[in-house]
Design a protein around this ligand. Structure first.
Ligand SMILES: [Zn+2]
Length: 82
């Protein structure tokens, strides 16, 4: 997506929250600028911030799995006590 179009999208998005479902190369006059943009909200990302985003996402997923396992373990322990 052209950087100009991303800027327009950001304007239309009004800073609302976005999960950035689709990220693509940010282009300047048809050439990849080295950055990325969200197709939906037009947010810009550098390669580093993109990796940080993925890292945080995975970390949240892993935390969620841990919570589920803890809950399951508690349930099993309780059933043993009964
Ligand atoms: Zn987005």
């Amino acid at each position: 997506m052209e950087a100009e179009e991303a800027r327009t999208r950001r304007g239309l998005w009004f800073g609302r929250p976005c999960v950035h479902p689709e990220i693509e190369h940010q282009e300047v006059q048809g050439t990849w600028s080295g950055g990325y943009v969200c197709k939906l909200c037009g947010s810009e990302f550098s390669k580093i911030s993109l990796w940080e985003g993925i890292y945080h996402f995975l970390q949240q997923e892993m935390d969620a799995v841990q919570v589920r396992e803890t809950v399951e373990l508690d349930r099993q322990l309780q059933s043993i006590e009964m």
